[in-house]
Design a protein around this ligand. Structure first.
Ligand SMILES: C[S@@+](CC[C@H](N)C(=O)[O-])C[C@H]1O[C@@H](n2cnc3c(N)ncnc32)[C@H](O)[C@@H]1O
Length: 229
């Protein structure tokens, strides 16, 4: 569970998913070194789509489970940062419904073009692809309910500053969800660019968010949530 909503249905979801908060790291009092960002381009979206949207990904990515756990309700505004080829967009679009909005954000122009084509082709009318700067998702103050960042945190530099922008963009009750590769994952960036969940928590906490490492049962990735205190 990433949100703060309570109630029987929520407890059912939590029980079914089996989420367990497993760690509450200490607040760091001094700036800490960050794992170097893994910079590389994601041109040729059609080629990347073969990897990112390979149907075999569903078995380890379990998108329905992840999206259900984010407790997205109809009408919410969700930002998917580093949306790539739009693997999560059908799920997010469905979760927010016709009164909600999914902002599919990416730095790579070719990915944004691909996202636009995909949204039109798949009639994802509530998905708005947008190109963003590497250091700023361009979100308005208190404008989003959920931020999803899958396999992208390790591409971002100066993460504490970036996390501050995310915190400022959250509405009350808003949650940032960072999903990235474990050290021993079969997929993912080179080892020197893999970030521990501790480090992600530190960076979100430095931005004033309350964090948890959540056991989402994913084989390859960990999940860290950060909520407004
Ligand atoms: C490994 S892909 C993940 C795509 C998608 N989240 C998924 O799970 O299929 C990383 C994506 O993040 C984008 N990206 C890299 N740095 C970024 C940044 N600073 N802001 C937004 N997007 C970024 C890349 O262009 C690429 O499309």
């Amino acid at each position: 569970m990433f949100g703060t909503q309570k109630g029987a249905s929520v407890r059912t979801v939590v029980a079914a998913i089996g989420f367990l908060p497993v760690l509450a790291a200490c607040v760091s009092t001094k700036p800490s070194a960050e794992t170097p960002a893994y910079h590389h381009r994601f041109e040729h979206a059609e080629q990347w789509a073969k990897e990112f949207d390979d149907p075999s990904r569903d078995s380890w990515q379990q998108p329905e489970r992840l999206i259900a756990a984010m407790q997205i309700t109809p009408g919410m505004i969700v930002a998917d940062i580093g949306a790539g080829t739009g693997y999560f967009e059908p799920h997010l679009s469905n979760a927010v419904g016709p009164t909600g909005k999914v902002m599919a954000l990416d730095v790579e122009p070719d990915m944004v073009g691909h996202l636009r084509d995909r949204a039109a082709r798949e009639r994802l009318d509530n998905v708005e692809p947008r190109q963003v700067a590497p250091d700023d998702p361009g979100l308005g103050p208190a404008s989003v309910d959920r931020v999803l960042i899958v396999d992208t945190w390790h591409h971002i530099a100066n993460r504490e500053a970036y996390a501050s922008r995310l915190a400022a963009a959250l509405k009350p009750g808003g949650v940032v969800v960072v999903v990235d590769f474990r050290r021993d994952a079969h997929h993912g960036p080179p080892p020197e660019h893999r970030i521990t969940p501790d480090e992600v928590e530190r960076q979100l906490r430095a931005a004033g968010l309350s964090t948890r490492v959540v056991d989402a049962g994913l084989q390859e990735q960990y999940v860290v949530s950060g909520s407004l205190r």
